[in-house]
Design a binder for this molecule. Structure first.
Ligand SMILES: Cc1ncc(COP(=O)(O)O)c(C=O)c1O
Length: 389
Protein backbone atom coordinates (compact mmCIF):
# COMPACT_ATOMS: atom_id res chain seq x y z
CA UNK A 1 0.00 0.00 0.00
CA UNK A 2 1.62 3.22 -1.10
CA UNK A 3 -0.63 5.85 0.31
CA UNK A 4 -0.03 7.24 3.74
CA UNK A 5 -2.95 6.83 6.09
CA UNK A 6 -1.80 8.07 9.51
CA UNK A 7 -2.43 11.58 10.78
CA UNK A 8 0.35 13.46 12.59
CA UNK A 9 1.02 17.00 13.72
CA UNK A 10 3.65 17.75 11.09
CA UNK A 11 2.91 21.47 11.12
CA UNK A 12 4.95 21.86 14.27
CA UNK A 13 8.30 20.86 12.78
CA UNK A 14 10.30 21.49 9.65
CA UNK A 15 8.89 19.52 6.77
CA UNK A 16 10.84 17.47 4.32
CA UNK A 17 9.04 17.01 1.01
CA UNK A 18 11.00 14.56 -1.14
CA UNK A 19 10.93 14.81 -4.92
CA UNK A 20 10.10 11.12 -5.33
CA UNK A 21 7.90 8.72 -3.36
CA UNK A 22 9.76 6.92 -0.58
CA UNK A 23 9.95 3.32 0.51
CA UNK A 24 7.80 2.50 3.54
CA UNK A 25 9.11 -0.49 5.53
CA UNK A 26 5.75 -2.31 5.20
CA UNK A 27 6.17 -2.36 1.40
CA UNK A 28 8.93 -4.94 1.82
CA UNK A 29 6.53 -7.54 3.17
CA UNK A 30 6.85 -10.78 1.19
CA UNK A 31 3.07 -11.33 1.34
CA UNK A 32 1.60 -11.20 -2.14
CA UNK A 33 -1.01 -8.54 -2.95
CA UNK A 34 -4.44 -9.88 -3.77
CA UNK A 35 -5.35 -7.41 -6.53
CA UNK A 36 -4.48 -8.03 -10.18
CA UNK A 37 -1.37 -6.17 -11.37
CA UNK A 38 -1.80 -2.82 -13.13
CA UNK A 39 -0.61 -2.48 -16.74
CA UNK A 40 2.12 -3.14 -17.76
CA UNK A 41 2.97 -5.57 -14.96
CA UNK A 42 0.68 -8.33 -16.22
CA UNK A 43 1.45 -7.79 -19.94
CA UNK A 44 2.36 -10.90 -21.92
CA UNK A 45 5.45 -9.68 -23.79
CA UNK A 46 7.06 -7.68 -21.01
CA UNK A 47 10.82 -7.48 -20.42
CA UNK A 48 11.98 -5.86 -17.20
CA UNK A 49 15.16 -3.80 -17.18
CA UNK A 50 17.19 -1.89 -14.64
CA UNK A 51 16.50 1.35 -16.54
CA UNK A 52 13.98 2.49 -19.15
CA UNK A 53 16.80 3.49 -21.52
CA UNK A 54 17.67 -0.23 -21.83
CA UNK A 55 14.11 -0.79 -23.09
CA UNK A 56 14.53 2.03 -25.65
CA UNK A 57 17.78 0.52 -26.90
CA UNK A 58 16.49 -3.05 -27.20
CA UNK A 59 13.15 -1.85 -28.59
CA UNK A 60 14.95 0.07 -31.34
CA UNK A 61 16.98 -3.01 -32.23
CA UNK A 62 13.86 -5.16 -32.29
CA UNK A 63 12.23 -2.74 -34.75
CA UNK A 64 15.31 -2.88 -36.98
CA UNK A 65 16.06 0.83 -36.57
CA UNK A 66 19.85 0.73 -36.91
CA UNK A 67 20.88 2.99 -39.84
CA UNK A 68 17.26 4.15 -40.18
CA UNK A 69 15.53 7.40 -39.29
CA UNK A 70 13.22 7.76 -36.31
CA UNK A 71 11.11 10.87 -35.67
CA UNK A 72 11.55 12.03 -32.06
CA UNK A 73 9.95 14.92 -30.14
CA UNK A 74 12.28 17.91 -29.74
CA UNK A 75 11.20 18.00 -26.09
CA UNK A 76 12.93 14.97 -24.59
CA UNK A 77 15.16 14.01 -21.69
CA UNK A 78 18.20 13.29 -23.84
CA UNK A 79 19.04 9.81 -22.58
CA UNK A 80 16.23 8.18 -24.61
CA UNK A 81 17.71 9.84 -27.71
CA UNK A 82 21.14 8.62 -26.58
CA UNK A 83 19.75 5.07 -26.37
CA UNK A 84 18.26 5.33 -29.88
CA UNK A 85 21.54 6.64 -31.26
CA UNK A 86 23.50 3.91 -29.46
CA UNK A 87 21.20 1.37 -31.15
CA UNK A 88 22.20 2.90 -34.50
CA UNK A 89 19.02 4.92 -35.22
CA UNK A 90 19.15 8.38 -36.76
CA UNK A 91 16.87 10.80 -34.89
CA UNK A 92 15.05 13.64 -36.63
CA UNK A 93 13.23 16.07 -34.38
CA UNK A 94 9.58 17.10 -34.30
CA UNK A 95 7.97 20.18 -32.77
CA UNK A 96 6.29 20.11 -29.35
CA UNK A 97 4.20 23.12 -28.33
CA UNK A 98 4.25 25.23 -25.17
CA UNK A 99 1.68 22.91 -23.56
CA UNK A 100 3.80 19.83 -24.18
CA UNK A 101 1.66 18.61 -27.10
CA UNK A 102 3.35 16.82 -29.96
CA UNK A 103 2.72 18.73 -33.21
CA UNK A 104 1.09 16.04 -35.34
CA UNK A 105 1.21 18.16 -38.51
CA UNK A 106 4.95 18.61 -38.12
CA UNK A 107 5.25 14.88 -37.37
CA UNK A 108 3.50 13.86 -40.56
CA UNK A 109 5.28 16.51 -42.65
CA UNK A 110 8.66 15.18 -41.52
CA UNK A 111 7.98 11.59 -42.52
CA UNK A 112 10.29 10.89 -45.44
CA UNK A 113 11.58 7.92 -47.43
CA UNK A 114 14.16 7.07 -44.75
CA UNK A 115 11.73 7.23 -41.81
CA UNK A 116 11.23 3.85 -40.16
CA UNK A 117 9.54 4.68 -36.82
CA UNK A 118 7.74 7.32 -34.77
CA UNK A 119 8.70 8.00 -31.16
CA UNK A 120 6.08 9.54 -28.86
CA UNK A 121 6.59 10.81 -25.30
CA UNK A 122 3.74 11.20 -22.81
CA UNK A 123 4.89 14.05 -20.57
CA UNK A 124 4.40 13.98 -16.80
CA UNK A 125 1.50 11.50 -16.85
CA UNK A 126 -0.57 13.42 -19.44
CA UNK A 127 -1.45 11.57 -22.66
CA UNK A 128 -0.63 12.47 -26.22
CA UNK A 129 -3.65 11.70 -28.47
CA UNK A 130 -2.80 8.11 -29.35
CA UNK A 131 -5.66 7.54 -31.80
CA UNK A 132 -4.37 10.44 -33.90
CA UNK A 133 -0.75 9.31 -33.59
CA UNK A 134 -1.69 5.77 -34.63
CA UNK A 135 -3.67 7.11 -37.58
CA UNK A 136 -0.54 8.92 -38.84
CA UNK A 137 1.52 5.77 -38.25
CA UNK A 138 -0.96 3.59 -40.14
CA UNK A 139 -1.12 5.98 -43.10
CA UNK A 140 2.63 5.59 -43.52
CA UNK A 141 3.03 1.98 -42.36
CA UNK A 142 5.31 2.94 -39.45
CA UNK A 143 5.72 1.40 -36.00
CA UNK A 144 5.33 3.60 -32.90
CA UNK A 145 7.53 3.60 -29.81
CA UNK A 146 5.35 4.90 -26.99
CA UNK A 147 7.57 6.29 -24.22
CA UNK A 148 5.79 6.23 -20.86
CA UNK A 149 8.90 6.76 -18.72
CA UNK A 150 7.06 9.71 -17.14
CA UNK A 151 3.61 8.14 -17.31
CA UNK A 152 3.44 4.79 -15.53
CA UNK A 153 -0.17 3.98 -14.44
CA UNK A 154 -1.52 6.83 -16.57
CA UNK A 155 -4.28 6.32 -19.14
CA UNK A 156 -6.07 8.15 -21.90
CA UNK A 157 -9.59 7.77 -20.60
CA UNK A 158 -9.53 4.16 -19.49
CA UNK A 159 -6.89 2.92 -21.95
CA UNK A 160 -3.47 2.56 -20.30
CA UNK A 161 -0.66 4.57 -21.84
CA UNK A 162 1.90 2.31 -23.41
CA UNK A 163 -0.70 -0.26 -24.47
CA UNK A 164 -1.40 1.15 -27.95
CA UNK A 165 1.95 1.76 -29.67
CA UNK A 166 3.84 -1.08 -31.31
CA UNK A 167 6.12 -0.91 -28.25
CA UNK A 168 5.59 0.60 -24.82
CA UNK A 169 8.49 1.85 -22.70
CA UNK A 170 8.23 2.31 -18.95
CA UNK A 171 10.29 3.57 -16.05
CA UNK A 172 9.13 2.32 -12.64
CA UNK A 173 11.38 4.13 -10.19
CA UNK A 174 10.09 7.61 -11.07
CA UNK A 175 6.52 6.75 -9.99
CA UNK A 176 7.02 3.93 -7.48
CA UNK A 177 9.47 3.66 -4.58
CA UNK A 178 11.48 0.87 -6.20
CA UNK A 179 15.28 0.90 -6.30
CA UNK A 180 15.42 0.36 -10.07
CA UNK A 181 13.24 -0.82 -12.92
CA UNK A 182 11.88 -0.12 -16.34
CA UNK A 183 10.25 -2.23 -19.01
CA UNK A 184 9.67 -2.88 -22.67
CA UNK A 185 6.23 -4.15 -23.73
CA UNK A 186 5.58 -5.48 -27.21
CA UNK A 187 1.92 -4.76 -27.99
CA UNK A 188 1.78 -5.59 -31.68
CA UNK A 189 1.37 -9.33 -32.29
CA UNK A 190 2.64 -8.80 -35.84
CA UNK A 191 6.05 -7.81 -34.46
CA UNK A 192 7.99 -11.03 -34.22
CA UNK A 193 11.25 -11.73 -32.48
CA UNK A 194 12.47 -11.34 -28.94
CA UNK A 195 14.89 -9.17 -27.07
CA UNK A 196 17.82 -10.89 -25.33
CA UNK A 197 17.10 -11.98 -21.75
CA UNK A 198 18.39 -9.30 -19.35
CA UNK A 199 21.17 -9.92 -16.84
CA UNK A 200 20.57 -9.97 -13.09
CA UNK A 201 20.46 -6.57 -11.40
CA UNK A 202 23.51 -5.84 -9.23
CA UNK A 203 22.60 -6.61 -5.60
CA UNK A 204 24.76 -3.93 -3.98
CA UNK A 205 23.19 -1.22 -6.15
CA UNK A 206 19.70 -2.49 -5.41
CA UNK A 207 20.25 -2.61 -1.67
CA UNK A 208 21.95 0.78 -1.57
CA UNK A 209 19.10 2.51 -3.48
CA UNK A 210 16.44 0.74 -1.40
CA UNK A 211 18.18 1.76 1.82
CA UNK A 212 18.44 5.35 0.59
CA UNK A 213 14.71 5.42 -0.05
CA UNK A 214 13.92 3.88 3.38
CA UNK A 215 16.03 6.63 4.98
CA UNK A 216 14.23 9.30 2.98
CA UNK A 217 11.01 7.82 4.26
CA UNK A 218 12.31 8.14 7.84
CA UNK A 219 13.21 11.78 7.20
CA UNK A 220 9.79 12.40 5.69
CA UNK A 221 7.89 10.75 8.55
CA UNK A 222 10.02 11.58 11.55
CA UNK A 223 11.23 15.08 10.73
CA UNK A 224 14.48 16.06 12.40
CA UNK A 225 15.12 12.68 14.07
CA UNK A 226 14.72 11.00 10.68
CA UNK A 227 16.96 13.60 9.02
CA UNK A 228 19.64 12.91 11.66
CA UNK A 229 19.38 9.16 11.01
CA UNK A 230 19.63 9.76 7.28
CA UNK A 231 22.65 12.03 7.71
CA UNK A 232 24.47 9.45 9.88
CA UNK A 233 23.68 6.66 7.42
CA UNK A 234 24.94 8.77 4.51
CA UNK A 235 28.25 9.44 6.28
CA UNK A 236 28.68 5.74 7.08
CA UNK A 237 27.87 4.85 3.47
CA UNK A 238 30.43 7.34 2.14
CA UNK A 239 33.08 5.74 4.38
CA UNK A 240 32.19 2.22 3.18
CA UNK A 241 32.21 3.39 -0.43
CA UNK A 242 35.59 5.04 0.04
CA UNK A 243 37.05 1.96 1.72
CA UNK A 244 35.67 -0.66 -0.67
CA UNK A 245 35.60 1.28 -3.95
CA UNK A 246 32.09 -0.10 -4.63
CA UNK A 247 30.18 2.08 -7.11
CA UNK A 248 26.45 1.37 -7.40
CA UNK A 249 24.84 1.62 -10.83
CA UNK A 250 22.95 4.91 -10.55
CA UNK A 251 19.44 5.54 -11.74
CA UNK A 252 18.37 8.87 -13.22
CA UNK A 253 21.68 9.72 -14.89
CA UNK A 254 21.78 11.98 -17.94
CA UNK A 255 23.78 9.91 -20.40
CA UNK A 256 23.48 6.48 -21.94
CA UNK A 257 26.05 3.98 -20.72
CA UNK A 258 26.41 0.93 -23.01
CA UNK A 259 27.94 -1.02 -20.11
CA UNK A 260 24.57 -1.25 -18.35
CA UNK A 261 22.29 -1.79 -21.34
CA UNK A 262 21.58 -5.45 -20.57
CA UNK A 263 20.91 -5.07 -16.85
CA UNK A 264 17.55 -6.33 -15.68
CA UNK A 265 15.24 -5.23 -12.90
CA UNK A 266 15.84 -6.49 -9.37
CA UNK A 267 13.59 -8.96 -7.56
CA UNK A 268 13.25 -6.37 -4.77
CA UNK A 269 11.69 -3.92 -7.23
CA UNK A 270 9.33 -6.61 -8.46
CA UNK A 271 8.31 -7.45 -4.89
CA UNK A 272 7.57 -3.82 -4.04
CA UNK A 273 5.84 -3.00 -7.33
CA UNK A 274 3.55 -6.02 -7.10
CA UNK A 275 2.29 -4.97 -3.67
CA UNK A 276 1.38 -1.42 -4.60
CA UNK A 277 -2.18 -0.28 -5.23
CA UNK A 278 -2.08 1.44 -8.62
CA UNK A 279 -5.55 2.95 -8.33
CA UNK A 280 -4.79 4.49 -4.94
CA UNK A 281 -1.53 5.93 -6.28
CA UNK A 282 -3.25 7.53 -9.26
CA UNK A 283 -6.03 8.92 -7.04
CA UNK A 284 -3.49 10.47 -4.65
CA UNK A 285 -1.49 12.02 -7.50
CA UNK A 286 -4.60 13.46 -9.12
CA UNK A 287 -5.81 14.91 -5.82
CA UNK A 288 -2.41 16.47 -5.11
CA UNK A 289 -2.11 17.93 -8.60
CA UNK A 290 -5.58 19.37 -8.33
CA UNK A 291 -4.81 20.95 -4.96
CA UNK A 292 -1.74 22.68 -6.41
CA UNK A 293 -3.55 23.70 -9.58
CA UNK A 294 -6.29 25.37 -7.55
CA UNK A 295 -3.79 27.33 -5.50
CA UNK A 296 -1.27 28.25 -8.19
CA UNK A 297 -3.22 28.75 -11.40
CA UNK A 298 -4.03 32.38 -10.70
CA UNK A 299 -0.40 33.11 -9.95
CA UNK A 300 1.25 31.26 -12.87
CA UNK A 301 -0.43 30.05 -16.03
CA UNK A 302 -0.42 26.20 -15.82
CA UNK A 303 1.12 23.99 -18.50
CA UNK A 304 -1.73 21.50 -18.01
CA UNK A 305 -4.75 23.57 -16.94
CA UNK A 306 -6.99 20.50 -16.77
CA UNK A 307 -6.78 17.01 -15.41
CA UNK A 308 -8.17 14.76 -18.17
CA UNK A 309 -9.64 11.35 -17.34
CA UNK A 310 -6.83 8.87 -16.86
CA UNK A 311 -4.03 11.43 -16.33
CA UNK A 312 -1.73 10.46 -13.46
CA UNK A 313 0.52 13.46 -12.84
CA UNK A 314 4.14 12.58 -12.24
CA UNK A 315 4.74 16.13 -11.03
CA UNK A 316 3.39 19.67 -11.33
CA UNK A 317 5.31 21.62 -13.99
CA UNK A 318 5.73 25.11 -12.59
CA UNK A 319 6.75 27.77 -15.12
CA UNK A 320 9.18 30.24 -13.60
CA UNK A 321 11.65 32.75 -14.94
CA UNK A 322 14.47 31.91 -12.57
CA UNK A 323 14.30 28.19 -11.85
CA UNK A 324 17.51 28.13 -9.82
CA UNK A 325 16.35 30.86 -7.46
CA UNK A 326 12.89 29.33 -6.92
CA UNK A 327 14.43 25.87 -6.40
CA UNK A 328 16.89 27.25 -3.84
CA UNK A 329 14.13 29.02 -1.90
CA UNK A 330 12.03 25.87 -1.84
CA UNK A 331 15.02 23.75 -0.80
CA UNK A 332 15.47 26.09 2.16
CA UNK A 333 11.91 25.11 3.20
CA UNK A 334 12.69 21.39 2.91
CA UNK A 335 11.07 20.98 -0.50
CA UNK A 336 12.90 19.03 -3.18
CA UNK A 337 12.28 20.05 -6.79
CA UNK A 338 13.82 18.96 -10.07
CA UNK A 339 15.22 21.23 -12.76
CA UNK A 340 13.26 19.48 -15.50
CA UNK A 341 15.02 18.79 -18.79
CA UNK A 342 17.11 21.97 -18.96
CA UNK A 343 19.09 20.58 -21.87
CA UNK A 344 18.22 18.06 -24.55
CA UNK A 345 20.31 15.77 -26.70
CA UNK A 346 23.16 17.55 -28.51
CA UNK A 347 21.87 16.34 -31.90
CA UNK A 348 18.66 18.38 -31.46
CA UNK A 349 18.95 21.92 -32.88
CA UNK A 350 17.41 23.85 -29.96
CA UNK A 351 16.91 27.12 -31.79
CA UNK A 352 14.57 25.45 -34.31
CA UNK A 353 12.08 24.82 -31.47
CA UNK A 354 11.44 28.01 -29.50
CA UNK A 355 8.52 26.57 -27.47
CA UNK A 356 10.74 23.71 -26.37
CA UNK A 357 13.54 26.12 -25.54
CA UNK A 358 11.14 28.06 -23.31
CA UNK A 359 9.97 24.89 -21.55
CA UNK A 360 13.56 23.85 -20.94
CA UNK A 361 14.38 27.24 -19.49
CA UNK A 362 11.23 27.56 -17.35
CA UNK A 363 9.81 24.22 -16.11
CA UNK A 364 10.54 23.38 -12.50
CA UNK A 365 9.18 20.05 -11.30
CA UNK A 366 7.11 20.18 -8.07
CA UNK A 367 6.27 16.92 -6.29
CA UNK A 368 2.68 15.64 -6.19
CA UNK A 369 3.45 11.98 -5.41
CA UNK A 370 1.44 9.52 -3.39
CA UNK A 371 3.30 10.04 -0.08
CA UNK A 372 2.04 13.62 0.09
CA UNK A 373 -1.16 14.64 1.85
CA UNK A 374 -3.42 17.67 1.39
CA UNK A 375 -1.63 19.53 4.21
CA UNK A 376 1.69 18.96 2.40
CA UNK A 377 0.19 20.45 -0.76
CA UNK A 378 -1.08 23.50 1.14
CA UNK A 379 2.42 23.99 2.59
CA UNK A 380 4.02 23.50 -0.83
CA UNK A 381 1.68 26.00 -2.51
CA UNK A 382 2.34 28.56 0.24
CA UNK A 383 6.10 28.16 -0.13
CA UNK A 384 5.89 28.36 -3.93
CA UNK A 385 3.98 31.63 -3.78
CA UNK A 386 6.56 33.07 -1.40
CA UNK A 387 9.41 31.79 -3.55
CA UNK A 388 7.95 33.44 -6.66
CA UNK A 389 7.79 36.87 -5.02
C1 LIG B 1 11.03 10.41 -21.64
C2 LIG B 1 12.09 9.54 -21.05
N1 LIG B 1 12.36 8.37 -21.66
C3 LIG B 1 13.30 7.53 -21.18
C4 LIG B 1 14.01 7.85 -20.02
C5 LIG B 1 15.02 6.90 -19.50
O1 LIG B 1 14.69 6.45 -18.21
P1 LIG B 1 15.79 5.73 -17.33
O2 LIG B 1 16.47 6.79 -16.52
O3 LIG B 1 15.02 4.77 -16.47
O4 LIG B 1 16.71 5.05 -18.23
C6 LIG B 1 13.77 9.05 -19.37
C7 LIG B 1 14.51 9.41 -18.18
O5 LIG B 1 14.24 10.36 -17.50
C8 LIG B 1 12.77 9.91 -19.89
O6 LIG B 1 12.49 11.06 -19.29
Amino acid sequence: MAVRTWPTARESRRRYIPALPTLWPGMLSPLAASRPPAFPFGAKRLTRYYLARNAVYHGAKLLGLPANEVLVPAYHHGVEVGALVAAGALPRFVRVDARMRLDLEDLEAKIGPRTRALYVIHYAGFAQPMDDVMAVARRHGLPVMEDCALSLLAAEGTRPLGSVGTLGIFCFYKTLPVPNGGALVVNDPALHGDVPAPEAAPLVSTLSHATGSLLQNAAFRLGEAGEALRGAARRAYALVRGATGVRPVSTGTMTFDPATVDLGMSAVSELIARRLDGEAIVAARRRNYFLLLGRLRERVSPVFPELPAGASPLFYPLLCDDKAAVAARLAARGIETVDFWRTGHPLCPDDSFPDVQALRRRVLELPVHQDLQPDDMAYLARCVKEALE
